[in-house]
Design a protein around this ligand. Structure first.
Ligand SMILES: COC1=C(OC)C(=O)C(C/C=C(\C)CCC=C(C)C)=C(C)C1=O
Length: 454
C-alpha cells in the first residue's frame, strides 16, 4: 500500500515543469486574465512570480492600486508553503497541508496572468511570455524563486523516478518519498547531501538528516543504519554560534559529517552515490553505497533570467542589498530567493524584505528615493528532533538577530512548537497576505524589556 503510494508520487515527477514554488498548471480561475489585446498590455506594477514574495507584494499593492494596475505573472495553479516539507519528509505533517490554491493567496484586486515570462527587456520596460503576451510596466518586481537542477547530477532524475529510496524534501514530487524511505529502510547507509552553490533554506538538508536519525532511533532501527551528512561546504553551518551546538549534536548522535563532498552521480541500479572531493586537486571522487539517499539539488534562478540585463554572471538578480532596488533599473525591485542578497534564503527573510520593498517601492512611485534598509534578517528553525528546535536568526555579516531574550542556539521544545504549529498560520494569514514584516519589532521590544529591568 505504502509502496504503491510512493510509486504514484514518483511517477508524477517531471523536471521540465517549473519547480520554484508550485507544481501543476490547470484551468483558469475567476480573476485569471484572458488577454483580449495581445499587442499592448500595460500594468503599472508587474510582479513576476506568485510565490511567497510575489503574493505578499500583490497583497500590498493590489488593493492600493487596483485590479487592472497590478499583474502577477505566475504559471502554477498551486502555491506551496515549502518550509513545511521538512516536516512532511519526516512524517510530522501531511503533504496536502502545505498546499493552497494560488488564487486563494492572491488578492481579489490584482490580475493573475497564468503564464510564464519568456524574456525580460528592462531597457524598454517590457517582457514577453510563453503564452505570446507582450507586457509593459512602470514598475517591476522580480520574485521568481529558484529552479531545482536535479539534472545537473548524473543519473539523479532516473534515481528519483525509479528508486523508492532516493528522495528529496525540496520537490513536491519527491518529498513524500522521504518518509517512505525512513519507514522502509532496514540497514546500510542513509546519506543526506548538500550541494555546491547557492540554495534556499540552507538548513533544510541537515534538518532532513536530524529528523531521519531521530525517527530511526525511536523506531529501533538506528543501530543497523549508518547516518551521514555529505556536504559541499567546509562547515556544518555558516554561523559559528549555531555551528558549535550543531557539531556537538552530530557527535553525540553519531552522525558522520563528510565535508567538501559534492554529489555528482547516482547509479540507482548499483545503489551507489558518487561524490566529487572538492579539496582534491585532480578531481578525485568517492563512491558511497546507499540504502537511502536524500538529495538537495543545485539551484539557480530560472533560465529565462540568465540572458537578461537584470542579472550578473552569478545569474541572480542584482539589487542593492539594503534597499532591494535594482542596481541598474530604479523602477525594478527584486526579493526572495532569486535576488543576489548575501544572506540565507528563507520565508522568514521574505517577511523582513516585504516591509522594505513595500516602503521603498511606494517612495519610488512617489518620485523619491528609497529609504528603508534591509538588515539581512533571516531565520532557520533547525529541527533537531521531532520535539526540539534551534531557532537560528541572523542577518548580514553574521549578526545574531534572535527575537526572544533566551538562548535560541539551544534546542528547545517551545521553538519546535513554533515551527510546527505557529508558523503555518503566520504564513497563510500573515506573510503571504502582506501583513507580516517579520519579528523585528518584537526583538526590539524584548531587548527594551531587558534594558529597563537591569
Ligand atoms: C515560515 O516562516 C517563518 C516566518 O515567516 C512566517 C518567520 O517570520 C519566522 C520568524 C519568526 C519568529 C522567530 C517568531 C516570532 C514570533 C513572535 C510572536 C514574536 C520564522 C522562524 C519562520 O520560519
Amino acid at each position: 500500500m505504502a509502496a504503491r503510494r510512493v510509486l504514484i508520487v514518483a511517477g508524477e515527477g517531471l523536471l521540465g515543469r517549473p519547480t520554484g514554488i508550485a507544481a501543476q498548471s490547470g484551468p483558469a480561475c475567476a480573476h485569471f486574465s484572458t488577454s483580449s489585446n495581445r499587442d499592448a498590455r500595460h500594468h503599472k506594477l508587474v510582479i513576476v512570480g506568485g510565490g511567497t514574495a510575489g503574493a505578499a507584494l500583490a497583497n500590498k499593492f493590489g488593493p492600493r492600486l487596483g485590479k487592472e494596475q497590478v499583474c502577477v505573472v505566475e504559471p502554477n495553479e498551486t502555491h506551496y508553503y515549502q518550509p513545511m516539507w521538512t516536516l512532511v519528509g519526516a512524517g510530522l505533517k501531511h503533504f496536502h497541508q502545505s498546499a493552497s490554491r494560488e488564487i486563494d493567496v492572491l488578492p481579489k484586486k490584482c490580475t493573475w496572468l497564468q503564464d510564464k515570462v519568456k524574456s525580460f527587456d528592462p531597457d524598454n520596460n517590457m517582457m514577453t511570455t510563453y503564452g505570446g503576451e507582450s507586457i509593459s510596466y512602470d514598475y517591476l518586481l522580480v520574485s521568481t524563486g529558484l529552479t531545482l537542477e536535479y539534472d545537473k547530477i548524473e543519473g539523479c532524475v532516473e534515481a528519483l523516478e525509479n528508486d523508492p529510496f532516493v528522495c528529496s524534501n525540496y520537490s513536491p514530487y519527491y518529498v513524500n518519498k522521504t518518509f517512505y524511505s525512513l519507514r522502509n529502510i532496514e540497514k546500510g547507509n542513509a546519506i543526506f547531501t548538500f550541494p555546491q552553490g547557492t540554495v534556499k533554506c540552507a538548513g533544510a538538508p541537515q534538518k532532513a538528516c536530524y529528523l531521519a536519525e531521530d525517527y530511526l532511533r525511536k523506531n529501533g532501527k538506528r543501530d543497523k543504519v549508518k547516518v551521514m551528512y555529505n556536504t559541499a561546504l567546509p562547515v556544518i553551518f555558516g554561523i559559528p554560534r549555531y555551528a558549535a551546538y550543531l557539531n556537538d549534536i552530530v557527535d553525540s548522535r553519531d552522525i558522520a559529517i563528510n565535508k567538501r563532498r559534492n554529489l555528482v552521480k547516482v547509479d540507482y541500479k548499483k545503489k551507489i552515490a558518487t561524490f566529487e572531493l572538492l579539496d582534491s586537486e585532480n578531481g578525485e571522487t568517492e563512491d558511497y553505497e546507499y540504502s537511502m539517499l536524500h538529495v538537495a539539488p543545485p539551484m539557480l534562478p530560472p533560465k529565462e533570467l540568465w540572458d537578461s540585463p537584470l542579472v550578473d554572471e552569478t545569474k541572480f538578480v542584482t539589487v542593492n542589498k539594503e534597499t532591494l532596488q535594482h542596481t541598474k533599473y530604479p523602477n525594478v525591485f527584486s526579493m526572495g530567493d532569486c535576488a543576489n542578497l548575501p544572506t540565507a534564503k528563507t520565508a522568514a527573510a521574505i517577511s523582513a524584505q516585504t516591509g522594505v520593498v513595500t516602503k521603498n517601492l511606494k517612495k519610488v512611485m512617489a518620485g523619491s528615493e528609497p529609504t528603508r534598509h534591509y538588515d539581512g534578517y533571516t531565520s532557520c528553525p533547525l529541527m533537531i528532533t521531532k520535539h526540539t528546535c534551534i531557532m537560528a536568526e541572523f542577518g548580514y555579516d553574521g549578526a545574531i538577530l534572535e527575537t526572544f531574550p533566551i538562548n535560541q542556539a539551544k534546542p528547545r521544545y517551545t521553538m519546535a512548537y513554533m515551527k510546527k504549529l505557529f508558523m503555518p498560520p503566520l504564513y497563510w494569514l500573515g506573510l503571504v497576505k502582506g501583513l507580516w514584516y517579520g519579528p523585528g519589532p518584537f526583538r526590539k521590544l524584548f531587548r527594551l524589556g531587558i534594558k529597563t529591568s537591569n
